[in-house]
Design a protein around this ligand. Structure first.
Ligand code: PEP
Ligand code: CO
Length: 446
């Protein structure tokens, strides 16, 4: 295999990339980006890897979640705060119910690029480049809006930095203090069918923390604060390349745009540019795995992306769909085991369960999402392994994009608050309910 460097992917076929009409402007922008401060540090990345290694051993649980695609316009305090709140609440429920540390990983602060099924979109006989996420172009169906603009990468970098700055500030102050989960209450908690169950979790955790504080004589910092990591699909390779640096006194290259970048389902070909780029960075990385990927393919990815078999390095984010997971997952686990290599197994119960309603909405049914999740938990347990974590598309707001859940949302309700430009997200209540369902499932089967 030829030598890796941050630009070596350019000799391979890169799928899902925009066609920038002005190559000089692109080169100038990338030069500018490469000089800009990184968004995360290699220390944080290594710390995340340690935590993922714990999840690989079954000693921690990963909660990865956020928007399908972040919009630039949603870089606003209430949106970010609500996203933090729902992830913190879910992690509290999981921590309490599973009795394991929870690794919080947002699809946030950079989840701006989207793969699309076609390069062009045609409406009423007019064809324009597809919308590829705010870091590439704009969703309005006009020629001007759809031209890929490299300056959007600089804008995305800035907005990701602002988002991360706010997340760090919130994590550092009282907001993310485990002793004060009331800070995370979303309005709905008071009148939700799950209010009592959630309150009980909070009260029990509170007593446990007080007890530990009493024992230790002090409530150590590590107990007060929660840590929060970022992730996004590393789709737009010129951007990821520009953010890839070799920090002082490190011998490896790190993609410093995010803690954990992942390779999407549509860009995981072995001989493609994404796999080439990802094989050289020291970050922990994810790969989406789903129907149609052969065991040989997945095993080759496992070998290529984690040649040293480093713990916590490679996360397989499996997304078969509720009707395919029972047939697909067990032989896949067997096949990976046969290589002698270890991975972190996660489930993304969203992307294999997308459907369309008669009234024209792209949606997902709560029951199918939960079913894939529960089947995955059971399969890993029955095979003597662990599901290391879950991956959701969710919102801290009261959107109506997925059907089902405690309030029984139906197709006719989707019109009320369908905001996603791309995939349907669980709303805050459905998301919290999902965390409780994971705990209930584990307690039933223990
Ligand atoms: C996504 O995570 O938004 C996505 C596009 O998923 P996948 O690559 O699994 O299709
Ligand atoms: Co999606």
């Amino acid at each position: 295999m030829s030598e890796w460097h941050p630009a070596s992917w350019q000799a391979f076929t890169a799928r899902q990339q925009p066609n920038y009409p002005d190559q000089d402007a692109l080169a100038a922008t990338l030069g500018q980006l490469a000089e800009m401060p990184p968004l995360v540090t290699s220390w944080e990345i290594e710390s995340l890897k340690q935590r993922l290694a714990a999840a690989q051993r079954g000693e921690a649980f990963i909660l990865q979640g956020g928007d399908c695609a972040e919009n630039f316009a949603d870089c606003r305090a209430p949106v970010i705060t609500n996203q933090m709140k729902i992830l913190l609440q879910m992690s509290l429920v999981l921590l309490h119910g599973l009795n394991r540390p929870v690794v919080r990983l947002g699809r946030i602060a950079g989840q701006y690029a989207k793969p699309r099924s076609a390069d062009m979109e045609t409406r009423d006989g007019v064809s324009l480049p597809s919308y590829r996420g705010d870091i590439v172009n704009s969703p309005e169906f006009t020629a001007a809006a759809r031209i890929p603009d490299p300056q959007r990468m600089v804008q995305g970098h800035g907005l990701a930095a602002m988002t991360l700055n706010f997340i760090r500030a919130l994590s550092d102050c009282g907001f993310a203090d485990l002793h004060h989960p009331e800070n995370w209450d979303l309005d709905f908690v008071r009148h939700s069918p799950m209010a009592d169950e959630y309150r009980k979790v909070v009260d029990e955790l509170h007593s446990a923390l007080r007890f530990v504080g009493t024992l230790g004589g002090t409530s150590g910092d590590h107990l007060n604060r929660v840590s929060f990591f970022t992730s996004h699909e590393g789709l737009l390779l010129p951007y990821e390349q520009a953010m890839t640096r070799r920090p002082a006194r490190r011998s490896h290259w790190y993609d410093l745009s995010t803690h954990l970048p992942w390779i999407g389902f549509r860009t995981a070909e072995l001989d493609g540019a994404h796999v080439e780029f990802f094989r050289g960075i020291a970050n922990p990385i994810g790969v989406k795995v789903g129907p149609g990927m052969s065991h040989d393919w997945v095993n080759a990815l496992v070998e290529r992306l984690n040649p040293e078999n480093e713990p916590g390095k490679l996360v397989l984010i499996v997304r078969f769909g509720a009707s395919k997971v029972a047939d697909g997952l067990p032989p896949l686990i067997e096949a990976v085991r046969a290589t002698g290599r270890e991975v972190v197994w996660m489930v993304d119960p969203m992307h294999g369960n997308t459907e369309s309603t008669d009234n024209g909405y792209k949606t997902r049914n709560y029951d199918n999402i939960l079913s894939e999740l529960e089947q995955s938990l059971t399969i890993h347990e029955e095979m003597g392994g662990h599901l290391g974590g879950v991956h959701f598309e969710l919102s801290g707001d009261n959107v109506t994009e997925c059907i089902g859940g405690a309030r029984g949302l139906e197709a006719a309700d989707l019109v009320r608050a369908y905001k996603s430009q791309v995939d349907p997200r669980l709303n805050y209540e459905q998301a919290l309910e999902m965390a409780m369902a994971i705990v209930r499932h584990q307690q039933r089967t223990r």
